[in-house]
Design a protein around this ligand. Structure first.
Ligand SMILES: Nc1ncnc2c1ncn2[C@@H]1O[C@H](COP(=O)(O)OP(=O)(O)OP(=O)(O)O)[C@@H](O)[C@H]1O
Ligand SMILES: [Mg+2]
Length: 221
């Protein structure tokens, strides 16, 4: 479902050339939960950005469902990102002056659904990730870190993505809360057949995924 061939990303900053991702190959089946570990600076975030088409590879190919995304035009890439990929970040990235439910509705802004439909969908997802009714209309600052991450996960699920890319989603959480978020992602992968790629420093989390890869100096093992 997700096939990566010989993917390379070079950054040129001044006279320095950094090869952040070096000839990476990956083949991940639908519904698999995969983790990537590795030292700081080893290229994990860069790899996720390439997979999510937030950044363009220097060379190599990324195929999703047999379609090579490196050949997509810009407007097609936007569609791809919106409909196939959900992102979850370490810092939640919620909009602070919107409520939980408004944050979850945000990625549906471009859908041709009525406000009521969008709101119902957002409420249903919040329910699914365990955000109770009384918390749905709170702003992020009135929610705990774990709750904010649940909201962010609900938001990532809005357009029923095939793939969820999560960069250190438990990095700001204590280990119990981190484990709850991990279990939530795990259940989603299995229930919705969503493929999940999670970057983590937490070896106990990596040990529980279907496959664990180690990144070092841009290479994946
Ligand atoms: N926009 C950029 N321009 C130049 N170099 C960059 C850029 N982004 C990342 N790099 C470099 O690419 C390498 C990989 O960075 P990346 O952020 O992917 O690492 P990481 O594994 O996610 O690290 P961390 O665990 O600290 O988040 C590093 O050497 C970094 O300095
Ligand atoms: Mg990183």
């Amino acid at each position: 479902m997700l096939k990566v061939t010989n993917l390379t990303k070079e950054y040129n900053s001044g006279d320095n050339k950094v090869i952040a991702v070096k000839g990476v190959n990956l083949d991940i089946a639908e519904g698999k939960f995969v983790s990537i570990i590795g030292k700081s600076g080893s290229g994990k975030t860069t790899l996720l950005s390439l997979l999510g088409s937030l950044d363009k590879a220097t060379s190599g190919h990324i195929e999703i469902d047999g379609k090579d995304i490196s050949s997509l035009k810009n407007n097609e890439l936007v569609q791809y990102r919106r409909n196939k990929i959900g992102f979850v970040f370490q810092s939640y990235n919620l909009i602070s002056n919107l409520t939980a439910v408004e944050n979850v509705m945000l990625p549906m802004l471009f859908n041709h659904a009525s406000v009521d439909k969008r709101k119902n969908r957002a409420l249903e997802l919040l329910e699914q990730v365990g955000i109770s009714k009384e918390k749905q209309n709170r702003k992020p600052s009135k929610l705990s870190g774990g709750e904010q991450q649940r909201v962010a996960i609900a938001r990532a699920l809005v357009n029923s993505p095939k793939i969820i890319l999560a960069d250190e989603p438990t990095g700001n959480l204590d280990s119990d809360t981190g484990e709850m978020i991990f279990n939530l992602l795990h259940d989603l992968a299995k229930k919705n057949k969503t493929t999940i790629v999670v970057v983590t420093h937490d070896l106990s989390i990596a040990g529980k995924t279907d496959m664990a890869f180690k990144m070092s100096d841009g290479s994946l093992a």
